[in-house]
Design a protein around this ligand. Sequence first.
Ligand code: AMP
Ligand code: ZN
Length: 504
Amino acid sequence: MTTPLRLFNSLTREVEEFRPIREGEARVYTCGPTVYNYQHIGNMRAYVFADTLGRVLSFKGYDLKHVINITDVGHLTSDADAGDDKMEKAASAAGKSAWDIAAFYQADFENDLERLNVRKPQHPRATDYVPQMIEWAQSIEAKHCYRLDSGLYFDVSTVPDYGRLARAHTDQGESRIEAVAGKRSPLDFAIWRTTPPGETRQMEWDSPWGRGAPGWHLECSVMSGALLGFPFDIHTGGIDHREIHHPCEIAQNQAHEGYCEGDQTGARLWMHNNFLIDRTGKMSKSSGEFLRLQALVDRGFHPLSYRLMCLQAHYRSELEFSWENLLAAQVRLKRMVMGASNLYQEVESLAHHLAATSNVQALDSTFLLRAADITNQRLKDIVKEFETALSDDLNSAVALTLVEKVLGLKGANASERFAVVECMDEALGLNLENATLSRVALRIRPTSATLTEPEIEARLDERKAARVAKDFATSDRIRDELAAAGVEVMDGDPSFEWDWKIEL
Ligand code: AMP
Ligand code: ZN
């Protein structure tokens, strides 16, 4: 594998060659969810992106260390320094403890990650790192912070070039971080929020600045440093983090690590995924009702169709969500799964043939054939193109077309083609070769459907019999009845691999 990996660095706004800080290793930190509620599908785009980046790093041969933190304290209801803690607010609304709320939504998040085939990263929880956060804050307090009654604040004028990542200029004034009485600059941010006298928070700790809770930005600096070591290779998050959260993390890293000369920020590359947009406004948690992965599943979609939909777009482009796009992704995924499963069957029959005629060793080596051992020149060229596409700032859209090319390739040996598809799928994470992702699993089946699948199949059998008997009146009647129940019969369209679908 010789194509250098090139990635867009938000710091320089340029595509740069990835050069690992430690030979052969890639250390990646991804800002994780605030577990006060379910994640919406926009949030999940951020983790599909981070996982795809991680998979590509592994594909390129790097030993990957990936951390996605869990924010279970400290994130306020806006990026402001004033207001309620999201966790505390959700807990009091639900009449539960903030700890229970965090545990519930963390488990739900992890379940979504699994459904999206995100490989297991490390998931440190902010509340497990509070002593380290206090130590960190103490170490930078004298040079970089000041105290107010409401807590300890970071003075952004004490580090070079605050806001470089956001391309924000400190002299332009700042409306994005709400003013807190007494702050020297609106850009300054809370490191520690002291609980006001007479109040008690569910999540609070003793500190040199009084009982209280850490500011949100602190946790990511502390956990990334503790788990990956500074400087590490790549820090990721959604594009909104480029504006406030990551500039604040960088300021803290500069203060703590003494990066007050030069352009060291704690991570070599800062990467951001663009937003998933939903014109119907269902992507904002503040609106109360928002689209979750489960809502897609309830409408009958497979979670991996959502992953494929994300991969069809470049991570730096906005992606508009629509049910039509999702349906198109599911149809595409289904074709890919069928192609992979047909290929697997070919390989299996070949293996049985080998087992009958040869020894077990031969069988194993057939199955273990990896892309590196490919002999067919056409396949080798496609693998190279695939690697080039992903090395070009993760061009997953082109990479997908190359998987399809291998699935449809005539003349190459099935074992080699299957090995290539497996290897490509490791990088894209669509689970193509997994028997659980079958054609049937990819049929659209909303949980709200009025007819069960066996009922639909039984009606279709009756209809088939009517057609054989040339009783077209009955056949049409059944078709109309099914249509009234939202089931579209798919006959007459050979490009469709299923007999029926439920209309969205
Ligand atoms: P939060 O729990 O609000 O911190 O968000 C978790 C992650 O989702 C962060 O990386 C956000 O930047 C990202 N994010 C939030 N909304 C969207 C969206 N609509 N599309 C893509 N990423 C998003
Ligand atoms: Zn973060």
